[in-house]
Design a protein around this ligand. Structure first.
Ligand SMILES: Cc1cc2nc3c(=O)[nH]c(=O)nc-3n(C[C@H](O)[C@H](O)[C@H](O)COP(=O)(O)OP(=O)(O)OC[C@H]3O[C@@H](n4cnc5c(N)ncnc54)[C@H](O)[C@@H]3O)c2cc1C
Length: 430
């Protein structure tokens, strides 16, 4: 049984194609999500079908694999059974837990209601509606202060996700939407990236972080480092910089600051007695199995394993894929899980800043600008896979977007009702 049909889970199932085993992939979603590109869905550059494919369709040519769309609610490690949301139980000889992560608000769960995460397809679609809705609201705003609030976008967290979405927001407002409105000028929109640390994309070296920050500010993003968010509500964000606390009035806050292991990791830890780190990731043996359960392996974002430098392996798709191969190969050869230590092959890191702009570090080499962007496109298209023809569609859309092709700006819903008595200025003129 494999819990999760994301990067790790799908790869493990696929790798077991020729093995003499029955594979059941359980996922509460019907789709495998290509998370590295979901910021493009949020910004309207790609559509949902470009980044998500049904797990069932991806495994349809694998007769030994079946897919169940269900939520895992418990794991009975004594009976070796996975318990599903309707009480069904699945027996397993080997269990691979690839449940991934979820957005973490560092103890401020109330911020979930007033921000938008960027982890799931629903998050991306919700954010797309909020972004385009904000411009629509600004066009209808009764006074300059209200308009400015709608035209201010705050992104919290300067990791790759925060950098990608803020760059994309700047491009959207400065280039893509610049002629679409009459009462507002979308180019006046403010995109503010807040990071509590010393520099953005801190997993890269200092020169690369500095380059990413410069590229962002060239695009029009205000990058603020050492800026600690202390409060968020429906009207804005409070930020502490040094001894000063200031307020940024906005209705659109993208939360790209924290990730923790999915809930099922906690369920497994309690059931098996395995340890977890602060982010809820399960501490695994060097071979990715659980200390007291050789038949249970945890991989991907839900696992905590230190790399050769003594730091935990990063939450990257490439880590999840390599771990999946390590475990699946051992099962293919008759083991219940792996028994040799997992060795991560570091393929480098990439972050895209905007159209034609990216930063990349591979084995001590740095690449910036268009070459890094082309490498980013190549790597993502290579890994995108999924269902037939998707790579081509995304390639065409990506090339199109470089030349200013139109975004998917459709909002499925309506703007929320406002108190009309609160409108101080008639909605006429420009
Ligand atoms: C916005 C963003 C951008 C990223 N960009 C990059 C990048 O450029 N390069 C890179 O290498 N990595 C990137 N990552 C990280 C990468 O996506 C993750 O490291 C990778 O998805 C981890 O794979 P996984 O298999 O552990 O989990 P996931 O791929 O998240 O899959 C977990 C699956 O488990 C399912 N699941 C969870 N709980 C349950 C349950 N209780 N019952 C049933 N199913 C369940 C989920 O529905 C999901 O399908 C990015 C992540 C994000 C969010």
């Amino acid at each position: 049984v494999i819990i999760g049909g994301g990067f790790g889970g799908y790869e493990a199932a696929h790798r077991l194609k020729k093995a003499d085993v029955d594979v059941t992939v359980v996922d509460r979603k019907n789709h495998h999500l290509f998370q590295p590109l979901i910021y493009q869905v949020a910004a309207g550059a790609l559509s949902e079908g470009d980044v998500a494919a049904p797990v069932r369709a991806m495994l349809k040519r694998q007769p030994n694999a079946s897919v169940l769309m269900a939520e895992v609610t418990d794991i009975d490690v004594t009976r070796r059974q996975v318990v599903l949301d309707r009480g069904e139980r699945l027996d397993y000889d080997s269990l691979i837990v690839a449940c991934g992560g979820a957005t973490s608000y560092f103890g401020h769960d109330e911020w979930r209601d007033v921000t938008c995460g960027l982890k799931t397809l629903e998050d991306a679609l919700d954010l797309r509606s909020r972004i385009f809705g904000a411009f629509e609201e600004a066009e209808r705003a009764p006074d300059p202060a209200a308009r400015d609030e709608w035209l201010t976008f705050v992104v919290v967290g300067g990791g790759p996700t925060g950098v990608e979405i803020s760059g994309q927001l700047a491009i959207l407002s400065r280039q893509a939407l610049k002629r679409d409105f009459r009462r507002i000028d979308p180019r006046t929109a403010r995109v503010i990236l807040l990071d509590a640390g010393e520099r953005v994309v801190a997993a890269f070296t200092e020169p690369t972080s500095a380059r990413a920050a410069k590229e962002l500010s060239d695009l029009g993003v205000t990058v603020r480092e050492h800026a600690m968010v202390t409060d968020i509500d429906a009207h804005g964000v409070s930020v502490k910089v040094g001894d000063q606390t200031e307020r940024i009035a906005t209705h659109t806050v993208v939360w790209a600051a924290g990730v923790r292991a999915a809930e099922v990791a906690g369920i497994l830890a309690r059931a098996s007695g395995a340890g977890t780190d602060r982010a809820g990731r399960i501490e695994v043996n060097p071979d990715l199995t659980l200390p007291a359960h050789h038949e249970i392996s945890v991989i991907g974002d839900a696992a905590k394993l230190d790399g050769p430098d003594g730091r935990p392996l990063p939450g990257l798709a490439t880590v999840a894929i390599q771990e999946a191969r390590h475990v699946a190969d051992a099962i293919r050869h008759g083991g219940a899980g792996a028994s040799t230590p997992f060795k991560y092959f570091d393929k480098g890191a990439l972050a895209v800043v905007g159209r034609g702009r990216a930063v990349c570090e591979v084995r001590g080499r740095r690449l910036y600008g268009l070459p890094a962007f082309l490498m980013y496109c190549g790597v993502h298209l290579f890994y995108l896979g999924g269902v037939g023809g998707r790579r081509l569609t995304v390639l065409i859309t990506t090339i199109g977007s470089l030349f200013g092709a139109r975004e998917n700006r459709v909002m499925p819903g309506e703007l929320e009702a406002v108190d009309r008595n609160a409108l101080s200025t008639p909605l006429t003129g420009s």
